[in-house]
Design a binder for this molecule. Structure first.
Ligand code: PLP
Length: 377
């Protein structure tokens, strides 16, 4: 059974299929970001199971790299971090309708507040720590500009009467274009002036996620919230992670489950969207859309088979797909790699994102299903 020689820093591939998480890479990436931003706080975003990498492990690795804050979407994710023993401050910003915020009080979780109504509920929960979340252009979550004056006045009242602790104020940018992100920052500055005029003086002011942290340091304020960069991936389609000193933490690989020799003209997988151009050798890979391999990778996903670059042949099915190995002497049990750190000679997550017409975020976050989760400490 052959194995790509440049993967030797990772443990040997298991018997079937797995996602391997390189935690030292996460620690390295967070340290690299910390050095880049200098003297401000770094929040590492570990929502959605750490973008598919494992929330608890990645939170630990991020704290080891110097992260001061952890960020999640839901309170339930924050409670899970506390249950695992994390004592770092945690911000959660996307809440169920009528969420009481009781668990935020019990577990000392800071709440991102996106409406006046949530502000009232946070106060009723009993001196919740809050960061006001503002909409500066994304049109998603966050207080709309028309609400800012009223919300800031009410927050000031609740703070003076000790019903809330106002720790921070933040917004999120669209990552569409530098000019648009700068315009959002100008809106944010206008909001900060209104907040100051209302008597608010939050210590944590934050706007940037990975993209602007890496490319527009003038938007860093007193904290940045980084997700994708901590996992070693570039938020920009046209820039490699290595340009920023980042190392991809996730590798997905499997062992060839079957090999068959076929003549030219044979249909492969559902709908026969691939027909062998010549007599060839087909390798069956036990990864499908149940594991998170996009069906959109049919006939285009790049893959390393027995050390050589190949492409998914035919449809990706629920449990499996086929690779036309051509002359490559692939055997049952050989290692195949979907993606990992391109410095190790394997396809990158960005290549998969391009092949599937999506972004790197979606590729890694969806990986799971029946993959064994292997952690490199
Ligand atoms: C997910 C998220 C982030 C992290 O974004 P990246 O692009 O992965 O760095 C930051 N802030 C908010 C509000 C988010 O929802």
């Amino acid at each position: 059974m052959s194995r790509p020689t440049n993967l030797t820093e990772l443990p040997a591939c298991g018997p079937f299929r797995e996602v391997v998480i390189d935690l030292p890479a996460v620690t390295h990436n967070v340290r690299t970001i910390r050095e880049r931003v200098g003297d401000i706080a770094v929040m590492v975003v570990v929502k959605a199971n750490g973008y598919g990498h494992g929330m608890i492990d990645c939170a630990r690795a991020a704290l080891a790299g110097g992260a001061q804050w952890l960020g999640v979407a839901d309170l339930a994710e924050a409670v899970e971090l506390r249950a695992a023993g994390m004592t770092a401050p945690i911000l959660a910003w996307l809440h169920a309708p009528n969420e009481s915020f009781d668990s935020a009080i019990t577990h000392d979780i800071t709440i991102g507040v996106s409406s006046i109504e949530q502000l009232e509920r946070a106060a009723r929960a009993g001196r919740a720590r809050i960061h006001l979340k503002l909409d500066t252009g994304l049109s998603r979550n966050g207080l709309a500009p028309a609400e800012w004056v009223a919300a800031f006045a009410r927050a000031a009242e609740l703070e003076v009467s000790n019903q809330i602790v106002l720790e921070g104020i933040f917004s999120h940018v669209s990552n569409t274009h530098e000019e648009e992100d700068a315009a959002a920052a100008a809106e944010f500055d206008r909001a900060l002036e209104l907040a100051t005029a209302a008597g608010l003086n939050p210590t944590l002011v934050h706007l940037s996620a990975s993209l602007t942290t890496l490319t527009m340091p003038q938007l860093n304020y007193s904290m940045v919230r980084v997700g994708i960069a901590a996992y070693g991936l570039s938020p920009l389609d046209d820039r490699e992670p290595s340009e920023f000193g980042l190392r991809p933490a996730m590798t997905v690989r499997a062992r060839v489950a079957a090999v068959r020799e076929v003549p030219a003209g044979v249909g492969v997988s559902y709908d026969y969207t691939y027909r062998t151009p010549t007599a060839t050798r087909l390798a069956l890979v036990p990864l499908g859309y149940a594991e998170g391999v996009p069906r959109a990778a049919s006939n285009c996903g790049p893959i390393l088979v027995a050390g050589e670059r190949k492409t998914v042949a035919g449809r990706v099915a629920m449990d499996q797909f086929v690779v036309d190995a051509g002359d490559t002497p692939v055997e049952v049990g050989d290692e195949v790699v979907l993606f990992g750190d391109q410095a190790r000679g394997v396809p990158s997550v960005a290549e998969w994102a391009r092949a599937c017409d999506t972004n790197v975020y979606e590729i890694v976050t969806r990986m799971g299903g029946r993959l064994d989760h292997v952690v490199v400490e």
